[in-house]
Design a protein around this ligand. Sequence first.
Ligand SMILES: *Cc1c(COP(=O)(O)O)cnc(C)c1O
Length: 451
Amino acid sequence: MKTIIEPFRIKVVEPIRMTTRQEREQALREAGFNVFLLKAEDVLIDLLTDSGTGAMSSEQWAGMMRGDESYAGARSFFRFQQRLRDITGFEHILPTHQGRASERILFEIVGGPGKVVPNNNHFDTTRANVEHSGAEAVDLVIDEGKDPKSRHPFKGNLDPKKLDALFKDVGAHRIPVVMVTVTNNSGGGQPVSLQNLRDVRALCDRYDTPMFLDACRFAENAFFIKKREPGQGDRSVSAIVRDMFDLAHGATISAKKDGIVNIGGVLLFRDEELNRQARNLLILTEGFPTYGGLAGRDLEAMAQGFEEVLHEDYLTYRIRSVEYLGEKLLERGIQIVEPPGGHAIYIDAASFCPHIPPGQFPGQALVCALFRHAGIRTVEIGSVMFGRGDRPADMELVRLAIPRRVYTQSHIDYVLEAIVEVYAERDRIRGVRIVDEPPALRHFTARFEEL
Ligand SMILES: *Cc1c(COP(=O)(O)O)cnc(C)c1O
């Protein structure tokens, strides 16, 4: 049989609201053409992010009731800690309220002025936290990773030659840690191979520098390794996940992705001293180390979510559903970042709207067009998010992130039809300009005007 079905049935439903074009037009204007500023109620299909938007399972909800809300030493913490130890092999496990809290603590310890932090591609919050510490964030993804048409199976790979050159150029003493993001969110949700992790680790060893994973989508990355990397096809996803973590000295995780929870994060270390420093900062801003800014029930949900995400039926359905959307768009002549990523499809807005120059933000313009036409909320990953002054981003992308276990096949088909309709009238999409922007992470709150 060729239909891959959702490997669950639906127990609770949440209605979504149809709107008229006129209502959407007004909502868009009130939001300053920034979909982050829309009311979620006005959105029909919300593909803004896969972060914290997943549907929890009946076992996770049952865990919520079992949550031990003791301030210190809660049973739920030990269950969470044990699950993370089992999956990753790490000794030191700190809960945080989400990924950026882990990043903030890590870079407060290892960052600072004069430091340089390489990554395949820094995610926006990672870059912001590196820069906030005074350090410089450098992206070293392989060249194929910047070519939307390249079908390289591991386009998230960090280029070891570029990393070696950086070590030689700035000196290892200025590089406190090498990050590798799995899967590479800003680069199209593309996976990193085990071989690449081994190569990067070997270089790190040569320069006596620790390697850290930004492991938000570790399970999706491992599934791609199983499907694409020679010699990995017969291994379990769990075994591959363990190999990935075995190569790292530490990791930051947003559990809102592959933890399949609405809130939560993790910070992992092998080094006792780093863990001690991080734990002290955690107490300062997040909470006592056995809850780290979360409720006991959140720790229970995470412990269960990190287990369910490794189920191969789930991963098969998950990756296929994203791939289906991507392949159908390609069939209609719409360029996406190929091959389809793990959690999202990234439309190449530059080729979708060739009449809009980067300075007029073709990605943001397309985001507005999709909302206006069909009530679909997506996000720009281009020059609004990563441009600096007059310098545009490497790519002008629009990301359609697919929440975990939330939408069915017919929702995906609706999205597909809507994009095809917008594509047919793409000449009418207008560029935008920024009328108000904050100093950092401007995409969240900037306001725009249509040109
Ligand atoms: C989501 C994400 C983060 C930040 O996590 P939050 O939970 O949103 O703070 C960091 N890195 C990557 C790759 C992510 O996808």
